[in-house]
Design a protein around this ligand. Structure first.
Ligand code: MTE
Length: 332
């Protein structure tokens, strides 16, 4: 049997989940029972024609970002840090964006990715479904900069100056109906641009979801920029979310669709491995991941270990959201 290559946070092979469990229901259906034994390692699935070339890289990066004049935005006084901002040289080379790479240095695999044109769809339980281009969205919502802690489920952390606008403002603009209980967010799907989306073992596109109360919490932040400029591609440009009280996998990148719904969305990781990655994913030092401790975290810039904070230190803003949910599996 082939061994599925491990994600960054996965443990040595001896403790790795058996392939049969690792594969999602959807991926298994797509693969068909007879093809499972023929699964190849992810790298081998990328056709030579899709391999990045220097000429292409130049073409994509040469396109000027039409929103560059909106940056830097004013820094908010409300969201401050207890640690230094992680240098961009570090945070821009330690990323998770599995559509492009199963490793951490994602940017070199993004040469086919373009931030424009970019259209965002709003549908489901809303007064009227609509589509809006990213630059019209940027014109509608004033930008601000917020300093947020960012904690990955892999037990590493960084501190990032995100630029964007509150998700609440966007939700108000979308005009959800009273029956909407959740918002489901979806990443673009284009295997010509994102080579790993050809990897049929995974349930593309990447999906994440929030309750309406979470989506309208003051911390939920739609991100368009970082370090005082439009976000580089590997950070999830041109539109991602930052949810600093949750493990990083909830902070979906490259968003093209928001669907308001009365059904709890099943996130990408929940579908891949529901016993380890759940809907809520709130940071909690006391609840270990099934395969490792969450008691402390490593700062990716300094290597320093710090105790993990409940809700990543954002309890004041979010603890109230989870009252009455004591029996729910809200920690992962
Ligand atoms: N969004 C998409 N579309 N694809 C991904 O692979 N990875 C998630 C999240 N959003 C991911 C994604 C994970 S696991 C983490 S920790 C954060 O993005 C990483 O964000 P960063 O690279 O800006 O640190």
């Amino acid at each position: 049997m082939h061994i599925v290559r491990r994600r960054g946070w996965e443990l040595p092979e001896a403790t790795a989940t058996p392939e049969a469990v690792y594969l999602s229901r959807r991926a298994m259906l797509k693969a068909g029972a007879g093809t499972l034994g023929a699964i190849a390692l992810p790298g081998t699935l990328v056709p030579a024609a899709l391999a990045p070339t220097a000429a292409l890289a130049q073409r994509v990066t040469e396109v000027p970002d039409p929103s560059a004049h909106l940056y830097p935005a004013k820094r908010s006084d409300t969201f401050t840090l207890d640690r230094p901002i992680t240098p961009e040289a570090k945070s821009s080379t330690v990323n998770n964006y599995y559509e492009f790479s199963y490793g951490k240095n994602v940017a070199p695999s993004m040469t086919r990715f373009a931030r424009r044109p970019w259209v965002v769809k709003v549908d489901g339980l809303v007064e009227k479904p609509f589509e809006i281009g990213i630059d019209d969205l940027l014109a509608r919502f004033p930008l601000e900069e917020r300093l947020y802690r960012h904690r990955c489920v892999e037990a590493w952390s960084m501190a990032v100056p995100w630029t964007g606008f509150p998700m609440k403002a966007f939700v108000d603009y979308a005009k959800p109906l009273s029956g909407a209980k959740f918002v489901r967010m979806e990443t673009f799907l284009d295997p010509k641009v994102a080579p790993n989306q050809r990897d049929f073992r995974y349930p593309w596109p990447y999906v994440e979801g929030l309750t309406m109360a979470e989506a309208t919490n003051e911390l939920a932040f739609l991100v368009t920029g970082v370090y005082g400029k439009p976000a580089p591609a590997q950070f999830g440009a041109p539109l991602r979310i930052a949810l600093p009280w949750k493990y990083g996998f909830k902070s979906i990148k490259g968003i093209v669709r928001f669907s308001f719904t009365d059904k709890q969305p099943v996130g990408y990781w929940e579908e891949v491995q529901g016993s380890e990655y759940g809907f809520w994913a709130n940071v909690n030092p006391k609840v270990p991941h099934p395969r490792w401790s969450q008691a402390s975290e490593e700062d990716i810039a300094t290597g320093e270990r710090r105790p993990t904070l409940l809700y990543n230190g954002y309890g004041e803003q979010v603890a109230g959201l989870y009252k009455g949910l004591e029996d729910a599996r809200i920690w992962f």
